[in-house]
Design a protein around this ligand. Sequence first.
Ligand code: TUI
Length: 315
Amino acid sequence: MIKTRICDILDIKYPVIQGGMAWVADAELASSISNAGGLGLIAAGNAPADWVENEILKAKEMTDKTFGVNVMLLSPFVEDVVDVVVKHKIKVVTTGAGNPGKFMDRFKSIDARVIPVVPSVALARRMEAIGVSAVIAEGMESGGHIGELTTMSIVPQVVDAINIPVIAAGGIADGRGFAAALALGASGVQMGTRFVASDECTIVTSYKQAIITAKDRDTVVTGRATGHPVRILKNKLAREFIKLEANGATKEELERFGEGRLRMAAREGDLQNGSIMAGQIAGLIKDVKPVKEIIEDIIAEAEETIRKINGIIED
Ligand code: TUI
């Protein structure tokens, strides 16, 4: 049985946390992951606050376990989303794409556990100083909006810099990755792409198929010129975006070109013109299966991996 500090802090059985994933992580996915012993979260993304509230109400019907909300700090609706989080006394809030500092008092007023994604040691230190419960150290192997460091580099450096628990993210989809995260000093893992390829994920089947047929080099990072690099699967949109960037399109032009593209892929099923966000580990994922099986397989494989490693030590 693998039990770490984060299990007690979040009141969860397994130290497995679902990634934010705008337009993907709704009440159905989040509650299934919480029911399976991990921590599921509703991803606010760029959605209006009433969508988030509706998903919270649904999730409350679907699970009696802890679930959270992922707040995407670049959202035009972020203030209203925080109001909804506070109104419903959400127990766990993860944040992405920025510094949640200005909302900390509001989150603390409902005694929420706040867990920001950090792309650097400096931000991890600042987050510890303002009283977050843990941080997610996310490597650039991840899908969606990413930082610059790899998981292998950022996790141990953040672990050494702070005293609160660190959750490893980026490039983790099986028990070997989970065991590696523990070896780096992490208290748990956050996974996104692995949970996209699950039965309970409500997005179009073709997006899941794109993940399970992807090979190791099938993702590309677009949007470096906008200051918001985003990892997606290679497709027509990716090629067009890269061409625009090479031709010196402005930040505004690129942002306008990218608008609404994730929804187009995940919900409308346009896998050529939509943005298929996925991590580099997509190449390892070969099947769509129930969330419970994903989590239990990972834990069992991690235990086996750790036993194997122990077995190579000679006195
Ligand atoms: O947030 C994510 N992944 C996302 S958000 C998203 S929606 C979006 N689409 C286009 C452009 C931008 C966002 C799709 N995928 N992951 C967590 C994450 N957070 N990755 C990187 C960061 C991050 C970056 C800078 C966190 C904090 C940060 O701080 C800068 C500062 O203010 O100090």
